[in-house]
Design a protein around this ligand. Structure first.
Ligand SMILES: NC(=O)c1ccc[n+]([C@@H]2O[C@H](COP(=O)([O-])OP(=O)(O)OC[C@H]3O[C@@H](n4cnc5c(N)ncnc54)[C@H](OP(=O)(O)O)[C@@H]3O)[C@@H](O)[C@H]2O)c1
Length: 242
């Protein structure tokens, strides 16, 4: 099999790590962007270093983005997954919060997409960009104003960049999960809160890391070759209506 290179941001834990595992099992060569050293050390043990290169850094740091742009010659797939959250009441959101959430969840994805689609175009690679958004990029939520804004912006990036990149055969697709359990700690310590959320989801279930990872992989395959500029709401019906 010809080497297929996939870059995943926020791959150190949660959904990003599961996506990395899925693409690894499917035989891809990976570039994984990791934020914390402890995750880098843990992930080193899971993957064959010949097929998986790990980069430790902050995607909001221009020097780090320059470094990975220099070290990674080209890729076939970019998975913009890294994100941060903010649960403040609207009036309490600070300028610092706005910068942090927009930079991490939107601006860095915009810039990384520019960097790596430029390389795809140069090498005539009909690649794929997957933006991991959220159901909160489709509808609002209490105490999530800046997080929602960042995910609405990502939705805009998916649509608008897909138009500009279509002539190069590059597809851009979004995935919008509902609540997805990523830590055992949360599952154990927040049972009451999680039940309230689950009861609001029409299908009465959370999305799972495995589902998101498998859907992400599917969207990069030939079967999805006609899908671009749209997002898949993997939300158990959350955004359908009330
Ligand atoms: N889990 C859910 O319920 C849910 C629901 C809807 C959508 N989503 C979306 O799904 C994606 C993955 O979510 P998740 O729950 O797996 O998130 P997570 O467990 O919080 O993981 C996010 C990853 O991104 C990294 N990251 C954050 N800021 C970064 C930065 N400045 N530079 C580099 N890496 C950075 C984090 O590093 P640190 O470990 O240092 O924080 C972490 O490894 C996100 O886009 C999220 O918005 C999640």
């Amino acid at each position: 099999m010809k080497n297929i290179y996939t870059l995943i941001t926020g791959a150190g834990r949660g959904i990003g790590e599961e996506i990395a595992m899925e693409f690894y099992k499917k035989g891809h060569s990976l570039y994984l962007l990791i934020h914390k050293k402890k995750d880098l050390i843990r992930l080193r043990m899971l993957f064959d270093p010949k097929r998986v290169k790990l980069f430790l850094g902050d995607i909001n740091d221009q020097k780090f983005r320059r470094l990975i742009s220099k070290k990674i010659p080209y890729i076939n797939n970019l998975i913009n997954n890294a994100a941060t959250t903010n649960k403040k009441f609207f009036l309490d959101v600070t300028l610092k919060d706005i910068d942090k959430v927009l930079n991490t969840n939107f601006r860095s994805s915009f810039i990384l997409t520019q960097i790596f689609t430029k390389k795809m175009i140069k090498k005539k690679i009909k690649g794929c960009v997957i933006n991991i958004g959220s159901q909160l990029g489709i509808i609002g939520a209490y105490n999530r104003s800046i997080y929602c804004c960042s995910k609405f912006a990502l939705e805009g990036l998916t649509k608008s960049s897909s138009l500009d990149l279509a002539k190069f055969g590059i597809r851009v697709v979004g995935i919008n999960p509902t609540k997805t359990l990523v830590s055992d700690k949360e599952a154990k310590s927040q049972k009451k809160r999680l039940k309230i959320i689950r009861d609001k989801i029409p299908l009465k279930k959370f999305s799972t890391k495995k589902e998101i990872a498998e859907i992400t992989y599917f969207l990069t395959t030939k079967s999805a070759n006609s899908i671009t500029g749209t997002s898949l709401n993997v939300d158990g019906g959350w955004t359908v209506g009330k």
